[in-house]
Design a protein around this ligand. Structure first.
Ligand code: ADP
Ligand code: ADP
Length: 226
């Protein structure tokens, strides 16, 4: 586990859009922060810069003690879950989960042990030989989380992971994520539009507006302001 430290981070896109403006934020070791704010306020841009999927215009980013500004996504001890799952359709659940470990040169037996352990934790161990299209939405979402968690990353980034699920499943998955969070205590940054999701999951909420932090606080501090 590790903290994520963000110092004066900014992003100006090639067309001049100033999407993120001088963000300062520390996500403490084991803390679960939910990032909320209106569409276009810079949530995805911030997440993608932390993941290394978007270049940083100015500022500094640390994961633990390591400055990661220049590191490729695969070199950062971080995993990301997307709303569209981004599962490989031609691979089985097992292959989807094993893929990142295989690319990192893990031994077959170590991969097998880790995939089984993670699949058990997420209760998808009976689906390991199936392909994504044979699974329900909730199962797919668990596989997507399994693929991210299988590496036991220092930090976990989630971009609206439940937004493609129906209302009932969203509530169920919200509870499951909360339980996982209690068990794993992985440093996490979670983006959502959903106020209930934010209140249930977040140790702290960060409200972003036009690329800047408007408010930081515990869920009740943020949502019970006059
Ligand atoms: P959010 O995730 O909160 O909806 P984004 O980070 O996607 O916000 O977008 C923040 C701002 O940056 C918006 O004005 C958006 O239009 C702009 N933006 C996002 N991606 C790009 C891009 N590749 N090029 C130019 N502008 C972009
Ligand atoms: P890993 O499972 O080790 O992350 P992947 O090959 O799945 O390996 O992903 C490599 C990098 O690309 C990761 O940092 C991941 O966050 C990112 N990535 C994976 N899928 C997508 C996607 N659909 N869109 C953008 N980035 C992605």
């Amino acid at each position: 586990m590790s903290s994520i430290r963000i110092h004066n981070l900014s992003k100006v896109y090639a067309d001049g859009t100033h999407a993120v403006k001088g963000i300062d934020l520390t996500i403490r070791d084991g803390e679960f922060i939910v990032l909320v704010g209106p569409s276009g306020c810079g949530k995805s841009t911030l997440l993608r810069m932390i993941a290394g999927l978007e270049t940083i215009t100015t500022g500094d980013l640390y994961i633990g003690e390591q400055r990661v500004n220049q590191l490729e996504p695969a070199q950062r001890d971080i995993a990301m879950v997307f709303q569209n799952y981004a599962l490989y359709p031609h691979m089985t659940v097992y292959q989807n989960m094993a893929y990142g470990l295989k690319n990192r040169g893990w031994q077959k037996s170590a991969i097998e042990e880790r995939v089984r352990k993670t699949a058990q934790m997420l209760e998808i161990e009976h689906h390991l030989t199936r392909k994504p299209k044979a699974l329900s939405g909730g199962q797919r979402q668990r596989v997507a989380m399994g693929r991210a968690l299988v590496r036991e990353p220092a930090a976990f980034l989630l971009d609206e992971p439940l937004s493609n699920l129906d209302a009932k499943l969203r509530v169920q998955m919200r509870v499951e994520i909360k339980q996982l969070q209690r068990r794993l205590q992985t440093t996490s940054l979670y983006v959502t539009h959903d106020q209930l999701e934010a209140m249930t999951l977040g140790d702290r909420l960060v409200v972003l507006n036009q690329g800047q932090i408007e408010q930081v606080g515990a869920p009740l501090e943020v949502y019970q302001r006059p």
